[in-house]
Ligand binder design. Structure first.
Ligand code: HEM
Length: 526
């Protein structure tokens, strides 16, 4: 036997021989492979060293492929991935061949501040649905829709609707807790993220549909699984847009959407039949003109109302419930903050002897620490911390010293802004005091972007804040809450709970049945 080296040399030589004598198919395959290889090499060279974006700092791999970014999107770890990149490379970082992420507060405010930076195609809704206030990429339609919807989310209107919000988020909660605590003789265990999600759904039910969903009462609602599926499919197709081309997947995405559309159509039909005395969101949409006298009576069409109604469910339930969930988690894991907050609430509003509830106006005027806690938790654990992508305008621009050509996806990464020391002192510390007016660095209040900012900022901000204030103030006034026995507070050194979480549009706990439990008992005297 000859040596191994001799054999292998012969083998390679034979292979080459076979190839040279090969069929046309082999030779085509070789040419195609070679062409693909050349194209890949060309693309790598172009993306890394030639395109204007090549000067933006970042990892080599991210400049030539979007796979790592998409992988983190699908795993729900995008905010963690982006934050780590910003810590390593600074306020502007390249995250894919076409995309940069921005984590500086002034740059983000600049990009989100005008319609010159349009929303990216990732916002497009499936064709069955009219574009809505969230999805539209047209500045004109966005402005028109915001004018039409804004009255429904104004403080004045919400004040008018407060009794209904209180019914969902306070009276129903008290009733349920009274029952649980009565049965168990003292305290009961509640999975709070689930309750908050049902409360948020009930609230949209009464405000947006004029209907009592009874979700908290029954601990579920037919829309709960539908909304989860829509969120998942929308998110997955945002990460992998070409999946929209697979008909069977598209069908699976559309099924829950169709269900939601049926629900909205029924609500409109029902409303036409009944004589509604309360002006809720649905009523406003069905009677609104576009707010400009010169344009005249421009009513929203029924398909447009359906699309907006669905949006309220998708945009308003998960986000608000995540806001409440993370605020409660932060409080339970930071007992000193909890004690101070309970003392503030019960100092002004002792545990109730009557059924009068604490109103939002009272929260605003007399409970500054509650507001500070809510704003700080929206900062450290933002319900939607991900990237808000916008397109660089025609002609491109310079941002943070880098030239970004037209069409670059500029991702405004809220989570990175909130952890940037140039926007917040000791950003990784949970410190509600930073949001108290008159505290040292009160400009930090204006850097909190959990609701986005500028021309496409969250339309439901007021509603979410009313809900969060009223629910927490009344819950902590009447009920003592604590972690279950044996569940010690586990936090980072900055006081942020070490609860595994992932972000698919909104940030949610991975194991809520383990990590989101609290023991509730009737309030003890202070
Ligand atoms: C704590 C609760 C909430 C948070 C943190 C939140 C956050 C956000 C963020 C970050 C955006 C910008 C998204 C983007 O540009 O990609 C947004 C937009 C929006 N949100 Fe909210 N949201 C909350 C509650 C609500 C509620 C309750 C509603 C309505 C029922 C709502 C309706 C909307 C709408 C319509 C937009 C699109 C605005 C536009 O593009 O002009 N949100 N929200």
């Amino acid at each position: 036997m000859n040596g191994a080296g001799g054999n292998s040399t012969r083998l390679v030589f034979d292979d080459d021989d076979d190839f040279n004598d090969g069929t046309p198919l082999c030779s085509i395959m070789f040419s195609v492979s070679a062409l693909i290889l050349v194209l890949i090499v060309f693309k790598i060279i172009y993306e890394r060293w030639v395109t204007p974006l090549s000067s933006v700092p970042g990892k080599f791999l991210h400049s030539v492929t979007s796979i790592p970014m998409r992988y983190h999107m699908l795993r729900g770890t995008l905010p963690v991935f982006l934050l780590a990149l910003h810590k390593e490379f600074g306020p502007v970082v390249r995250i894919s061949p076409q995309r940069v992420s921005v984590g500086d507060v002034d740059m983000v405010k600049h990009v989100l501040g005008s319609h010159s930076f349009g929303k990216t195609p990732s916002y497009d809704m499936p064709r069955v649905l009219e574009p809505n206030a969230f999805s539209t990429r047209s500045p004109d339609l966005s402005q028109e829709r915001r004018r039409q919807l804004a009255p429904g989310f104004s403080h004045r209107h919400l004040l008018h609707m407060e009794d209904r919000i209180v019914q969902c988020g306070v009276s129903n909660v008290d009733e349920k807790l009274n029952r649980i605590c009565g049965e168990k003789g003292g305290g009961g265990v509640v999975q709070y993220n689930r309750w908050f999600s049902l409360i948020a759904l009930d609230t949209i039910g009464v405000l947006g549909f004029g209907r009592k969903f009874g979700a908290l009462e029954n601990e579920t609602h037919e829309l709960v699984p539908t909304l989860v599926r829509i969120r998942m499919f929308s998110y997955i197709t945002m990460a992998l847009p070409w999946l929209k081309l697979v008909p069977s997947l598209l069908g699976r995405r559309l099924t829950p959407l169709t269900k939601l559309m049926d629900f909205a159509w029924q609500a409109i039909a029902q409303r036409r039949k009944e004589n509604n005395s309360v002006v809720d969101l649905l009523e406003l949409m069905m009677t609104t003109d576009d707010g400009l006298a010169s344009v005249g009576e421009k009513r929203m069409s029924d398909p447009q109302i359906v699309s907006e109604t669905i949006l309220h469910l998708i945009a308003g339930v998960d986000t608000t419930s995540a806001g409440l969930t993370w605020t409660m988690a932060l409080l339970l894991h930071n007992p000193k903050v909890m004690q101070r907050l309970v003392a503030e609430i019960r100092g002004h509003f002792p545990p109730p002897s009557s059924s009068a509830h604490i109103s939002f106006e009272e929260c605003r005027q007399r409970l500054p620490y509650l507001s500070a806690v809510i704003h700080e938790s929206l900062r450290v654990l933002s319900p939607a911390p991900g990237m808000l992508p916008r397109l660089a305008p025609a002609g491109g621009l310079r941002l943070g010293g880098y030239y970004l050509p037209a069409g670059t996806w500029i991702c405004c990464t809220i989570g990175a802004v909130h952890m940037n020391p140039s926007a917040f002192t000791d950003p990784e510390v949970f410190n509600p005091d930073r949001f108290l007016v008159g505290e040292t660095n009160s400009s930090e209040r204006f850097n909190m972007l959990a609701f986005s900012t500028g021309v496409r900022a969250c339309l439901g901000r007021n509603l979410a804040l009313v809900e969060m204030h009223v629910v927490l103030a009344n819950l902590l006034r009447s009920w003592d809450v604590r972690l279950p026995a044996g569940a010690l507070p586990r936090t980072t050194c900055g006081g942020i709970p070490e609860i595994p979480r992932s972000t698919m549009m909104t940030m949610n706990p991975d194991y809520p049945d383990r990590d989101c439990l609290m023991v509730v008992s009737p309030a003890a005297a202070l």
